[in-house]
Ligand binder design. Structure first.
Ligand SMILES: C[S@@+](CC[C@H](N)C(=O)[O-])C[C@H]1O[C@@H](n2cnc3c(N)ncnc32)[C@H](O)[C@@H]1O
Length: 294
């Protein structure tokens, strides 16, 4: 039988696999390492080693995909405190993605305990064990987040991992971030790989203070940050460098908007472009020249 799945595993530099989405024109993870990205940009950035000291930890995985951010979080928490009770929600539009992600050899990078979690989540959209209650909500995250808000879910850590703003602007708007921030506990942290000024300003408009995810030992020459962390008080977050702060004063910082949480991507992009054309803010190209960014 030919394999009819559109999800063909692609090897990344750390030996773990990712998928490529033809619909969004993008890979699901950094080519430098899917597994490494999940640990560095999500589990570490949300300070899960510290949170794992608690008896219970609440997690929200926005854009669950292959489940790598969930997997890295569980590995991190249970390495510190094997008795920590985790309550987790994942939001994902396409249930075929987690299903394809449990085929060999993709799971091999995770511990046997976490492999079982990923399998259960993919096959039944739920996983209940003595130390975990996890639910995968399948649908547009702009809708599913609303049910979490209504039930008062409060996450200690939110992994925010949509495709990039140009490809999937509907999940980077002020309105969506506002709903996601309602699901963040007062001392919680939200982490995303994006360092885009439009993303950072939308997070600020949603009431979050922001910090940067500092570069690790290996990074590409043009990179200045690995992403963004949000929290309500901003304390203990690595501060933005002056160059990053000035980025927020340029036209690149005009955020995406989706007033009814239902507009198609093209409408959101068009609205954003119109706002940029009319803006009196400094152009992003002059900011780039000033900071010698190619
Ligand atoms: C960059 S990938 C996420 C990778 C994932 N965190 C992982 O570790 O494998 C983006 C994911 O967002 C999902 N997605 C796209 N649009 C969505 C939407 N409106 N609501 C929820 N999920 C969406 C895609 O199906 C894809 O799985």
């Amino acid at each position: 039988m030919p394999n009819s799945s559109p999800w063909i595993p692609q090897l990344t530099d750390d030996g773990s696999f990712t998928f490529f989405s033809d619909e969004f024109g993008e890979a699901f993870h950094s080519r430098q390492g899917a597994r490494a990205e999940a640990f560095q940009k999500f589990a570490q950035a949300t300070a899960l080693v510290q949170k794992a000291q608690q008896d219970r930890v609440w997690l929200l995985d926005v854009c669950y995909g292959l489940g790598y951010n969930t997997a890295a979080a569980l590995e991190t928490i249970w390495a510190v405190n094997p008795n920590c009770q985790v309550e987790l929600y994942g939001l994902e539009l396409d249930a075929t993605v987690p299903q394809a992600a449990i085929a060999p050899p993709l799971l091999a990078t995770w511990s046997l305990t976490v492999q079982t979690v990923l399998q259960q989540m993919a096959l039944t959209h739920t996983c209940v064990t003595p130390f975990l209650t996890a639910t995968l909500l399948v649908g547009d995250a702009r809708q599913t987040i609303q049910s979490l808000c209504h039930q008062g879910f409060q996450a200690d850590a939110i992994f925010f991992d949509p495709f990039s703003p140009r490809r999937c602007p509907q999940l980077w708007t002020i309105e969506f971030f506002t709903h996601v921030a309602r699901c963040l506990a007062p001392n919680g942290r939200l982490a995303t790989y994006s360092r885009a000024a439009a993303v950072r300003s939308a997070m600020q408009a949603a009431g979050l203070a922001i910090g940067t995810i500092l570069l690790g030992s290996t990074h590409l020459p043009h990179e200045w940050s690995q992403g963004t962390i949000g929290s309500f008080d901003g304390q203990t977050l690595p501060p933005l460098a002056p160059m990053e702060q000035e980025h927020l004063q340029t036209r690149a910082a005009i955020p995406y908007r989706d007033p009814t949480l239902s507009d198609p991507a093209e409408v959101i992009l068009e609205r954003h472009q119109q706002e940029q054309v009319l803006s009196l803010l400094e152009s992003t190209s002059s900011w780039r020249r000033r900071w010698h960014i190619r």
